[in-house]
Design a binder for this molecule. Structure first.
Ligand code: HEC
Ligand SMILES: [Cu+2]
Length: 471
């Protein structure tokens, strides 16, 4: 192939690749992009990026044009062409190529330093403080002004500055919500700060957050969700979270009934679980009581929708979604059915992990089982005086969260049952022990026996009913 022909071919390939790349960038869905900021912090960083990109592009184009010009213009045209005269030192040229970059750097440095000073300054007084504690591999969040502790999900009011105070319980993590701003390291024995103001104009939205500093086996599974909501929705959410756990919080005068749980049998692996994960708690529980209230449940036969004998596959089973339950809870909860697809996890369930089909969990029995097993050593449930542990996530309002295991699985009874049964195969390295009777614990490399507190599927179903009812 001759030179020019080869060049033409190369040029057409380059053009094709460029068109493909540009077309790919046009797709509307980029939920984790830092280039679409929704806060003051995000926009400040975005401005710097735009300026650097612009100046960098101008410099790149000028340099490349000059280079190509010289290469072609002064190339050796024949074998016997003499070498051009060699020069050494040209003061004018040297001053020029020192000054021009210096001026360009000023245009970069001034706004950069200004942004650094602005974002490193203390947050404005009156900001909402949130304590962020990184754990291997989940996030603890505290709202100190309100006495609220939660995990892996935060609510922020739009238009109000939030001041994150970052600490770590173990190794170094890093806190990042791409579309709101960041990132900042979360370090042991030191408090780092980052503040930002979600745009007041934002409609209620959900953002993905990540740990972005490698922190061990399940680093990639250490995520969180940020819900930016209207100030009145935030006030309602906080009011709900401040209350002790509500147990079967469905306003009704009918007698309390067991929570019917639809958990699929996993015979074919992950895809079936995911399909079957659609049915959630078919919940007929009633009577709003604070946790610890002494009114016992009056079990009554579950209705047809929760009939254990009914076919359990697919979304056919009528089910109360988290959205419905949230609406019935004490405070505002972001409607589950409005959560965009990018914020709903779809991690595969490990093959070989299964659950007995059609079990009906009883929340009261579940509370009993929870309060008398190892769970309470690691988990707190405000309102349940037995549960005071702080090693694991606070479960006070677990039923109002949308995910399990730091954003790894959707919070549905099916996933929750498998999580309690074998958290360590659901999430590699997890500190939460394996509880399912005869389940293989991948860390202890042995099967769980009843002497070690192994739980039957029925007990797990009961605990699922209990935890799901904690709105
Ligand atoms: C040794 C401490 C420990 C014990 C005992 C324990 N857990 Fe956990 N649990 C954890 C930790 C740590 C996590 C966070 C795991 C992660 O996301 O990496 C967790 C996570 C959870 C979650 C998910 C919470 C969320 O918001 O993502 C639930 C639900 C849960 N545990 C329920 C239970 C139940 C039920 C029991 C008892 C049968 C129990 N745990 C026993 C430590 C423990
Ligand atoms: Cu990490």
């Amino acid at each position: 192939m001759k030179g020019p022909e080869r060049l033409r071919q190369l040029a057409s390939y380059t053009l094709l690749a460029t068109v493909i790349f540009i077309a790919a960038a046009c797709s509307e869905s980029h939920p984790n992009s830092t280039l679409t900021p929704h806060s003051d912090f995000g926009r400040d960083i975005d401005f710097l990026w735009d300026r650097l990109l612009l100046l960098g592009t101008i410099v790149f184009v000028l340099v490349e044009v000059a280079l190509l010009y010289v290469v072609f213009k002064y190339r050796r045209k024949s074998e016997d062409q003499p070498l051009p005269p060699q020069t050494h030192g040209n003061t004018k040229l040297e001053i020029a190529w020192t000054l021009i970059p210096a001026i360009i750097l000023v245009f970069i440095a001034v706004p950069t330093v200004r942004t650094i000073l602005k974002t490193q300054a203390a947050a404005a007084p009156g900001s909402l403080n949130i304590d962020v504690i990184g754990h291997q591999w989940w996030w603890e969040f505290k709202y100190p002004e309100y006495g609220v502790t939660t995990a892996n999900e935060i609510y922020l009011p739009t238009g109000r500055t939030v001041n994150f105070r970052l600490r770590s319980a173990d190794v170094i993590h890093s806190f990042w919500t791409p579309q709101l701003g960041g990132k900042r390291d979360v370090v042991t024995n030191r408090t780092n700060y980052i503040w930002l103001t979600p745009d007041a104009s934002l409609e209620p939205s959900v953002w993905n957050g990540f740990c972005v500093e490698y922190c061990g086996t399940s680093h990639a599974n250490m995520r969180f969700r940020v819900f930016t909501v209207k100030p009145d929705q935030f006030a309602s959410w906080i009011a709900g979270q401040k209350m002790p756990a509500r147990f079967g919080a469905v306003a009704s005068t009918a007698p309390a009934a067991p929570v019917a749980m639809v958990v699929p049998v996993n015979t074919k692996g992950a895809s079936e679980i995911q399909q079957a994960a659609a049915p959630r708690v078919a919940q007929q529980s009633s009577g709003t009581r604070a946790e610890g209230g002494d009114a016992p449940a009056v079990p009554r036969p579950t209705d047809a929708s929760a009939n254990p004998g009914a076919p359990q596959s697919g979304p056919a089973a009528p089910a109360t979604t988290l959205a419905d339950a949230g609406a019935l809870g004490a405070g505002y909860v972001f409607p589950y059915n409005k959560i965009p697809g990018y914020a709903i996890p779809n991690a595969p369930v490990p093959p070989g992990l299964s659950f007995t089909a059609g079990l009906t969990g009883n929340a009261h029995r579940g509370r009993q089982a929870f309060s008398t097993s190892a769970c309470i050593g690691c988990h707190a449930v405000a309102g349940n005086p037995m549960a005071m542990g702080v090693t694991g996530p606070n479960l006070t309002h677990f039923g109002s969260r949308s995910t399990i295991g730091a954003g790894l699985f959707p919070n549905t009874p099916a996933y929750l049952a498998l999580w309690i049964k074998n958290a360590r195969s659901m999430k590699p390295g997890s500190i939460m022990p394996t509880f399912g009777m005869n389940e293989y614990d991948p860390q202890l490399k042995t099967k769980v026996a009843s002497a070690q507190g192994g739980l039957s599927d029925q007990q797990v179903a009961d605990i699922v009913a209990y935890l799901t009812s904690l709105k």
